[in-house]
Design a protein around this ligand. Structure first.
Ligand SMILES: *Cc1c(COP(=O)(O)O)cnc(C)c1O
Length: 354
């Protein structure tokens, strides 16, 4: 029996990935240089495919880094001289804030309790250069309403707006024009092997990096956005990149397009509704996020109390791997990743055992 992963990263591979990997091996693509026309075409297909799939404005840039966490660091380095502001409601949003501190910036945060979301526009200090949102807080299963993000962007037009969509892209349907940095990595909803991060940046964001460079600030070296964007103009990278993942990304993006992003989003919501309904009615196990408007469609956290270990074992015995709770909730919570790679039938098979 083939094992199926409902884990929030690395996750179940998208079903077409197996065939794409076989083709790479058969055609010796993994030994092919990243300084070839073949690579340039692969790079171009990945970038134009993403722009099409996600409806990213044509004047926005797309660059590749090694992970979501790297994207957090690069964004701070390339946009903030001193002041960033962070909406913190869990471990990943907190990580972004900590990265700003480690880089010797002076970050501020608006913080709410684990499992809660944000519902009003806070006062953000004057001179804030970058405002950071974690759209889908994977640690708690909370998603931020996009209207709140846009309201903050409207109220603070001078600040750049950064959004982590690592565990919600490509489900989340963003208005990129209102945003300056959006990033994700590929081992979650894209269903690819880990090791590639994607950063989408606005022309305004790139200007800010130029300004910091002119002022003599440290913006990093080979992976600063100026060098990455310059290389990307020729469909190249500044180092030997994860060719494996860039190729697979170009293929899976095409597969998503063939299926239709609208259909993927609709199916995601149908599966999420089914899961939340199931647990809202469950005698023992309840959705961890109480407020319906805060609930993530893609990472569903369930409070299971002392039964956590037992449930995991039972699922494992039936060929299913599910996510633990995060941090201190490791044993009392489970997380179900509602991925494009997972069908309604897979979800029904999982819930039957609960
Ligand atoms: C997984 C995750 C990250 C970290 O991404 P990596 O690619 O593992 O570095 C960041 N933010 C969120 C919301 C995540 O779920």
């Amino acid at each position: 029996m083939k094992r199926i992963f409902f884990t929030p990263g690395p996750s179940q591979l998208y079903p077409t990935v197996y065939g794409h990997i076989q083709k790479m091996l058969k055609k010796d693509l993994l030994s092919t240089s990243h300084r070839t026309v073949w690579f340039q075409e692969t790079f171009k297909n990945a970038v134009s495919g993403l722009k099409n799939l996600l409806q990213i404005p044509t004047d926005y840039h797309i660059v590749f880094v090694s992970s979501g966490t790297e994207a957090m660091e690069r964004i701070i380095q390339n946009s903030v001289s001193k002041k960033s502001f962070h909406f913190v409601n869990g471990s990943f949003s907190e990580r972004w804030y900590e990265i700003a501190k480690e880089l010797k910036k002076d970050p501020k945060k608006e913080e709410v309790e684990f499992g809660k979301g944000f519902h009003k526009v806070p006062t953000i200090p004057p001179g804030t250069e970058l405002i950071c949102f974690t759209h889908n807080e994977t640690s708690s299963g909370v998603a931020i309403n996009l209207e709140l993000i846009y309201a903050v962007a409207d109220k603070y037009p001078k600040a750049l707006i950064g959004v982590d969509t690592v565990s919600s892209a490509p489900y989340v349907d963003l208005d990129y024009k209102k945003l300056d940095y959006v990033f994700f990595s590929v081992q979650k909803l894209f269903g690819l092997p880990a090791g590639l991060g994607i950063v989408i940046l606005s022309p305004r964001a790139l200007k800010k990096t130029q300004l910091l460079q002119k002022k003599g600030e440290a913006i990093g070296t080979y992976h600063n956005f100026l060098n990455l964007v310059t290389a990307a103009k020729d469909n190249f990278t500044t180092d030997t990149p994860n060719v494996f993942d860039i190729y697979l990304l170009s293929k899976v993006v095409a597969d998503f397009q063939k299926k239709g992003i609208g259909k993927i989003r609709k199916e995601t919501e149908e599966k999420a509704r089914y899961i939340y309904n199931f647990f809202d009615k469950h005698q023992l196990y309840k959705p961890f996020v109480k407020d319906i408007q805060d609930r993530s469609q893609t990472i569903i956290a369930i409070h299971v109390g002392k039964d956590g270990g037992e449930i995991k074992e039972k699922l494992e015995a039936n060929g299913m791997t599910i996510g633990n709770g995060y941090g201190p909730l490791k044993d009392t919570q489970l997380r179900i990743a509602n991925l494009p790679a997972v069908t309604m039938q897979d979800i029904k098979n999982l819930l039957k055992l609960l």
